[in-house]
Design a protein around this ligand. Sequence first.
Ligand code: GRF
Length: 200
Amino acid sequence: MLISGRGRNLQALIDACADGRIDGHIGVVVSSRADALGLARAQAAGIDTAVLSPRDHADRAAYDAALGALLDRYAPNIVALAGFMRILTPAFVGRYRGRMLNIHPSLLPRHPGLDTHRRALLAGDTEHGATVHFVTEQLDGGPRIIQGKLTVRPEDTPDSLAERVMHDIELKIYPQAVAWLARDELRMIDDRVWFRGRWL
Ligand code: GRF
């Protein structure tokens, strides 16, 4: 699993592995930042951790090569990104094509990139939410697997939306999507999503 921050999604996946909703375990948590709070969650759960700082690598290709070499030691079936603040090279994405997921805090294709809650409010969106998608070369643009929606309230702020999107949506839909992929109920084929015998 790849993180850069608080690791609330990581915790949801740890919990789902522990109680059997996900048929699998997390082999390693890699953070791009040494101060990511999520590292402590992984350590508390007895999961190997590693920090790969961009500062220690000459360029994106070198960073992604080091990341790939590290992950290969664990031979992961699934690579899950949550708040991993790095744009990945096509070579890295290609290596884990169909096995790499990301969660994004907006109703993609609306609001790819950063600051999604503020942008949803500024755009006057009446609905907002989060999306789990397969990772492709296109930033936040890979085939979508599952979305959760909420209704934006007049009194909402970026912070209140972030809180509700995280707790009401992200922490539910990410374990669900990972569970499907782990059970092979979900596949990406030619940039389309196949789920339980039909195309999404
Ligand atoms: C989440 O909102 C995720 O959707 C976004 O970054 C945030 C990560 O939070 N990509 P956490 O590290 O899971 O607490």
